[in-house]
Ligand binder design. Structure first.
Ligand SMILES: C[S@@+](CC[C@H](N)C(=O)[O-])C[C@H]1O[C@@H](n2cnc3c(N)ncnc32)[C@H](O)[C@@H]1O
Length: 236
């Protein structure tokens, strides 16, 4: 069995090597329960959940050597496109002293999210359309440190920017997974990435990192950026 170690840089993350390939794990906050059939393993008496880069774009970004993913144990996060909780659950393992506001508009997915994560007290599931941040502002207490977006919509950058302006603290981190084919099926993914990143730059986001998720998710780019202005509008 591959030897597991605590990650030297990332809070709450563990890793092992099989050959040149790095595998990632998080410490299960809901011991004995799994979310998506992931394997568990014990490390120094802790139950770890193996994080699948084929199922989670955040894990794919880590596997593709992201320099930083910015989640720490006390981060508060707004997650757009929570689905049934695959990635949300790993973030929940990491944010032991933080909160994840998990927005999802498909009733069936949010039902599964609620069932899958009922023992995880740091997740607040919100049935809402990420295009209408005003409608869920009342659930979000204060500004968040990180907005994570994975909604596969043609206007995903505009949706993300609107949410950052409303909820993200000044200097906070915006992580967006761009699915090129959801934006345009004709243009080249590279052109689409440039176009979407330009929209962020125009709105005062500093681009920190761009991570191509191939071969884990074809035609997907994770963009990590920092937002520098806050209008103070959040929580109104
Ligand atoms: C690619 S899946 C997300 C997978 C998830 N992020 C994970 O890694 O576990 C995209 C999700 O975004 C949701 N979604 C798409 N548009 C949305 C919107 N406008 N508001 C809220 N959720 C949305 C979809 O219903 C779907 O569950």
């Amino acid at each position: 069995m591959a030897k597991i170690k605590k990650h030297p840089k990332f809070d709450g993350i563990y890793y092992s090597y099989r050959g040149n390939t790095q595998a990632f794990y998080t410490k299960n906050l809901d011991v004995g329960n799994t979310i998506y059939g992931e394997r568990t393993q014990y490390y120094k008496g802790k139950e770890l959940r193996k994080w699948d880069p084929n199922r989670s774009k955040l894990c794919a970004a880590l596997t593709k050597n992201a320099r930083n993913i910015y989640f720490t144990k006390n981060s508060n996060c707004l997650y757009l496109g929570a689905s049934s909780g695959t990635t949300v659950s790993h973030i929940s393992d990491i944010l032991t002293e933080g909160i994840i506001y998990a927005v999802e508009f498909a009733p069936r997915s949010i039902r599964e999210l609620v069932q899958n994560t009922e023992n995880r007290k740091n997740i607040i599931p919100i049935l809402a359309d990420a295009k209408k941040p005003v409608e869920y502002a009342r659930y979000i207490v204060g500004a968040v440190d990180i907005v994570y977006e994975d909604v596969a919509q043609p206007d995903l950058t505009e949706i993300g920017i609107a949410n950052c302006k409303k909820f993200l603290t000044s200097g906070g981190i915006f992580i967006m997974a761009i699915k090129a084919r959801s934006i345009d099926v004709v243009s080249s993914p590279k052109d689409i990435y440039v176009q979407e990143i330009d929209k962020l730059k125009e709105e005062n986001f500093e681009i920190l990192e761009e991570i191509n998720l191939s071969p884990y998710s074809q035609d997907h780019l994770v963009v990590i950026s920092r937002y520098f202005e806050n209008t103070g509008e959040y929580n109104k």
